[in-house]
Design a binder for this molecule. Structure first.
Ligand code: SAH
Length: 383
């Protein structure tokens, strides 16, 4: 089954711009921007269109989709996987997207711990027995801070050409505003939620009394839950597909990012020290660029004489933590590396920087400076 695109697809006098299904997704996106939920579940997610849109919102760390029809989710689920760019530049937040195959009529622990639960054009597809269980499962068991339910408003149907009974052949019912609102208020009262009604798709002039084409209930839990319920970390047997996005919260991605910033930063400092630096060489790190612009280096050029490693390291400490050259080696104190804004932001402490680059970047014996070798290529070629 396709996701619900009616009544935008009806040919007739009524045309919603943007199409109504897009307006419904926009409604959810606006709520996400406003309330910044961390964990969002879309029940009856069908081909995952909404999930695909929501994965770009930085506040969201856990996204889940549930649908009773496996084949619908399957078709487009690859579009929820991380893209190559996500690996090249891991995000600061963590994001896990999981699709579950199952019914909303079951209390599954994997559905616990969400802040926002969306049910877009779902309830009218439920069998009577499922609809009966819905409030207990969603408001009683899942009990998220916010639930959004959208469903067709049957009062609008006479304005839709070609609609005789229901808007879609799989609909088990369609409610007018009074029916939806009394069902919603009863569920909200029983499970300690407030509910506000709104809608999308305004009727044409002269027919305003039929109300919105899509009716929406926004439910908010009245009281904070005692002890937030946490969803089970392990994917349950119903988990159909889980995509874990690369994140800087994962030590291995953080290490890659830090090492690459450090190597780049050290190279720039080396070039600068050698007098080779040109501002157009720096395309990589804005932070570093700023730093170089506003805090010109004071260098200790000691090219004339080679020191023993011990002497050189002592000099590194003595020379007020500035980079210096000894023979064909450039010593860049970690404090200098740590002052690169991006490195500073990624590591937080110099100890963490030291730990992350250990074994990945050449360091002086005491670990207090990054060392970079100068290769005098031109001279060698001439000789
Ligand atoms: N939310 C989507 C799809 C709406 S169609 C959109 O906005 O376009 C309704 C979806 O609910 C279908 O994909 C259907 O398979 C699913 N569905 C029906 N009964 C269900 C149940 N008991 N549990 C979970 N999903 C169900």
């Amino acid at each position: 089954m396709e996701n619900e695109k009616q009544p935008d697809d009806f040919t007739g006098t009524i045309k919603f711009v943007p199409p109504l299904h897009k307006q419904r997704y926009q409604f959810i996106k606006d709520l996400v921007i406003k309330y910044k939920p961390k964990k969002v579940a879309d029940l009856g997610c069908a081909d995952c269109t909404l999930l695909r849109m929501l994965k770009f919102y930085k506040c969201i760390e856990v996204l889940a989709g549930l649908d009773i029809r496996e084949n619908v989710m399957k078709e487009k689920m690859h579009t929820l996987s991380p893209l190559p760019g996500d690996y090249l530049q891991p995000s600061e937040r963590s994001l896990t997207v999981t699709l579950y195959h199952g019914s909303i009529a079951h209390e599954d622990p994997c559905m616990l711990g969400f802040d926002l639960v969306t049910c877009i054009e779902l309830i009218e597809h439920l069998e009577a027995t499922e609809l009966e269980k819905f409030p207990k499962v969603v408001f009683g068991f899942m009990a998220p801070a916010m639930v959004v339910i959208s469903t067709p408003n049957s009062e609008f149907n006479p304005l839709l050409p070609g609609v005789t009974l229901f808007r879609h052949s799989d609909h088990k019912f369609e409610w007018d505003r009074a029916q939806f609102q009394s069902w919603a208020v009863e569920a909200a009262t029983r499970y300690d939620y407030t509910v506000e009604f709104t809608g999308l798709g305004t009727p044409p002039p002269g027919t305003e009394d039929v109300g919105f084409c899509t009716q929406i209930g926004v439910f908010r839990r009245k009281y904070p839950k005692n002890g937030e319920t946490v969803s089970s970390e392990k994917p349950t047997e119903h988990a159909y597909k889980t995509a874990v996005y690369p994140s800087l919260k994962d030590e291995k991605y953080l290490q890659n990012a830090v090492v690459s910033e450090v190597i780049f930063g050290a190279e720039i400092m080396k070039q600068r020290l050698l007098g080779n630096f040109k501002s157009e060489d720096m395309e990589h790190s804005d932070g570093l660029q700023m730093q170089l612009k506003f805090q010109p280096f004071k260098y200790f050029l000691m090219c004339s004489k080679n020191h023993s490693p011990v002497e050189a390291e002592k000099l590194a400490t003595d020379r007020s933590m500035e980079p210096f050259i000894d023979g064909n080696t450039v010593y860049i104190p970690l404090t200098k590396i740590f002052s690169i804004p991006k490195v500073n932001q990624l590591c937080g402490t110099i100890e963490k920087l030291s730990k992350l680059i250990d074994g990945k970047v050449a360091l002086s014996n005491d670990g207090s400076a990054v060392i970079v070798t100068i290769e005098y290529e031109d001279e060698e070629q001439e000789n």
